[in-house]
Design a protein around this ligand. Structure first.
Ligand code: AMP
Length: 395
């Protein structure tokens, strides 16, 4: 049975086609620059890659092109082979505690949540409607980045702000990257030989965006992103947590609006802002190797804040079986993993540098056998989780 996993952005549409239940990836790709003068469509299959440049007027046009390419490259013989579509949706608010089969009413609810995720949810709706226009009878499932964190207790998700902010305006910690935190925490527990239902795992999802989660017996009990994905640890271009009083202060000093300051915190901060060099971890670590002081500062702030968050989550979990590193930086940067773990001496964490240095993009235990907490690298796979949820809910 063939299942599509879709991640739609405002001008892009990423896809992976799975053969289920084997979980084999049949093809993957992305339609980019949708709505602009010239679009780009890339599809990879069987070790081959095709890149087309052509106008992609809207998401429906991109969906049609994707389906035509599947036929053209004989990845499918007929559209009817596609039995389900899973859509990544960033914000499910408090309404969606699990993935769900979509109908008109639920699509409207996702649209209604756009105030909480103005950049993301409207784009997901475009993707959902694009497929509905072309394959109206194929079941569609929404998989929410926030859903996994809906198990957090109130003491973790509530801010110490006036209660009415929560009751009247839904101001609370939601958390994001949930699909990745779910996958990686469960896979890590199994990898170290624990029952998921009896495990304490701290997941460090370190990509261009980054968040940590504390996962107790398979359920999220805390996470570092908050009301929006700006909160928590610093990231490629995001500041992570700051004192909120900085915002009116900087408005007054620079004459910028609140939106402009928040834009700077989202797009001009983190690695990029502190180093003045790049948002990309590879550029930062190579600048550090070349003696760049600001790059070193950017990296030191990053690794310190991650180490502090790990230490805090030991309190949430009352102990910890494993710390898992995942996503672009977590899976690939031995230097950054080591810099974080070197700050965890007080927790009894020791890593094996040789194994750490030899580990890139594959699952491995990188701690010493004597380490008080096992440290694991675990590649994430959000797309397969989306395909699994389509299978679980639609069949
Ligand atoms: P993601 O958002 O998960 O795709 O992660 C993107 C981040 O991963 C960027 O900061 C990249 O610099 C980083 N990254 C990807 N590959 C490597 C690598 N081989 N070594 C270090 N960092 C990497």
């Amino acid at each position: 049975m063939k299942i599509l996993a879709i991640n739609a952005g405002s001008s892009s549409l990423k896809f992976q086609l799975f053969a289920m239940p084997a979980e084999t990836v049949l093809c993957s790709g992305i339609a980019e620059r949708i709505g602009l003068e010239m679009g780009i469509f890339t599809i990879k299959f069987n070790g081959k890659k095709e890149v087309l440049e052509l106008p992609l007027t809207d998401h429906t046009v991109a969906v049609n092109l994707l389906l035509e390419s599947l036929l053209k490259h004989e990845i499918i013989a007929d559209f009817s082979e596609i039995k389900g579509i899973g859509h990544r949706v960033v914000h499910g608010g408090e309404l969606f505690k699990d993935s769900t089969i979509l109908d008109a009413e639920k699509v409207q609810k996702i649209a209604d949540l756009s105030a909480l995720a103005p950049l993301h949810n409207p784009a997901h709706i475009l993707g959902i409607k694009g497929f509905d226009a072309v394959l109206p009878d194929v079941p569609a499932v929404a998989v929410f980045d926030t859903a996994f964190h809906q198990t957090m207790p109130a003491e973790a998700y509530m801010y110490a702000t006036p209660y009415e902010w929560y009751a009247d305006y839904a101001v609370r910690k939601y958390g994001f990257h949930g699909t990745s935190h779910l996958y990686v925490s469960h896979e890590t527990a199994k990898f170290i030989g624990k029952e998921v239902a009896d495990s304490k795992v701290i997941v460090c999802h370190l990509g261009n965006g980054g968040s940590l989660s504390a996962v107790l017996n398979g359920e999220s009990v805390n996470t570092s992103m908050g009301f929006t994905p700006l909160a928590g640890i610093p990231m490629g271009t995001r500041s992570g947590d700051i004192d909120p009083a900085i915002i009116p202060y900087m408005m007054q000093k620079t004459g910028q609006t609140a939106d402009e300051i928040v834009n700077d915190l989202n797009k001009k901060s983190g690695f990029a802002g502190v180093s003045g060099i790049s948002s990309d971890a590879r550029d930062i670590t190579s600048a550090v190797a070349n003696g760049d002081e600001k790059a070193k500062l950017a990296l030191d702030i990053y690794t310190k804040r991650i180490a502090q968050t790990i230490a805090a989550y030991l309190v949430d979990l009352d102990g910890c079986d494993a710390i898992a590193f995942t996503a672009g930086i977590g899976e690939n940067s031995a230097i950054i993993r080591e810099a974080i773990c070197n700050r965890l001496g007080a927790l009894g964490v020791t890593i094996n540098s040789e194994v750490n240095n030899a580990t890139q993009g594959k699952a491995a235990v990188i701690s010493e056998p004597t380490s008080a907490i096992q440290v694991v690298v675990m590649p994430t796979d959000e797309e397969v989780m989306i395909a699994r949820d389509v299978m679980r809910l639609a069949f």
